[in-house]
Design a protein around this ligand. Structure first.
Ligand code: SF4
Length: 281
């Protein structure tokens, strides 16, 4: 079988950086915590746990040690409570997410009502919203933005994983809502680039393997877009889940992975697919 690995598979810049920071903090030893799972990869979280890093919901009851802030950031109040407890902070918030948080704070300070384009339930959005000191609304689409009240000054910021199309739709709707609009393009293209490449690959192969946490939204989306084009698409977390029968009659296999999937898991899957290929000969 020919095996093709997507060029942009696995860790994006922000996740790579956060994971490195977490492993470096773990190496130093001492009590180390992450506020929520550091990234959406149960295997990375488990490896950190083996090194003594615990994922906690909040810092209540924690009075010493180091707290690592995850790549998608936390709410301003949570960060303050870590700092007020004099705990050491390793802020692994992705710089792109940090920028969105800063824009919200500065828009609020300048008297703008803020519109955040994104999923209100997502922790990244909840973190971004928490930096507003004035009025703030979260809208998922242009249709939702049509229902916003009129505002004198509107500031628009997007969740980093939103599509550019959706941001444009919301901005268009906001044009009819106020006299002055300031828009910040806070979208990161890591997710879109992975999806476009996965689609291209799914069109060239007989079977697609998508690797990543079942709790990772971007991996689930990758698997969905591939499955739409190629029903023989399988979403797995680890190599042990590969089934030899998936490769019956297959000549070309495509492999991709979500932005929170570490390289070691991708390598294990590649090795196992090669092994299965050898067994079939
Ligand atoms: S997807 Fe983009 S914004 Fe999110 S962590 Fe990765 S690089 Fe940062």
């Amino acid at each position: 079988m020919e095996l093709i690995l997507a060029k942009q598979a696995g860790f994006c810049f922000g996740v790579k950086r956060a994971t490195q920071m977490a492993f470096e903090a773990a190496d130093k030893g001492g009590e180390t915590y992450t506020l929520g799972p550091i990234i959406h990869s149960p295997q990375v979280v488990a490896r950190l746990e083996e090194m003594g890093v615990k994922a906690i919901k909040d810092v209540d009851g924690v009075d010493q040690g180091t707290v690592i802030i995850r790549s998608h950031g936390v709410a301003a109040g949570e960060l303050e409570s870590v700092i007020s407890r004099c705990l050491e902070v390793v802020d692994a918030t992705c710089p792109f997410v940090k920028k969105a948080q800063e824009h919200v704070a500065s828009l609020s300070a300048a008297g703008y009502d803020v519109v955040v384009v994104g999923d209100a339930d997502h922790p990244e959005v909840q973190g971004i919203v928490s930096y507003a000191t004035g009025k703030v609304y979260v809208v998922a689409s242009g249709e939702e933005a049509e229902r916003l009240p009129r505002m004198a000054k509107i500031g628009v910021v997007a969740q980093t994983t939103q599509s550019f199309e959706n941001l444009k739709n919301v901005v268009t709707a906001c044009l009819g809502k106020g006299g002055e609009i300031r828009v910040y393009h806070t979208i990161c293209d890591a997710t879109a680039v992975r999806q476009e490449e996965a689609k291209r690959l799914a069109g060239q192969v007989d079977c697609m393997i998508v690797i990543g946490g079942y709790n990772s939204a971007n991996t689930k989306r990758l698997a969905e877009v591939c499955k739409e084009l190629l029903p023989r698409t399988h979403h797995i977390e680890i190599a042990g889940q590969l089934d030899a029968s998936w490769f019956d009659g297959v000549e070309k296999v495509g492999i991709t992975a979500g932005a929170s999937t570490p390289k070691w898991l991708i390598d294990e899957v590649i090795d196992r697919v090669r092994e299965i290929d050898g067994e079939k000969r």
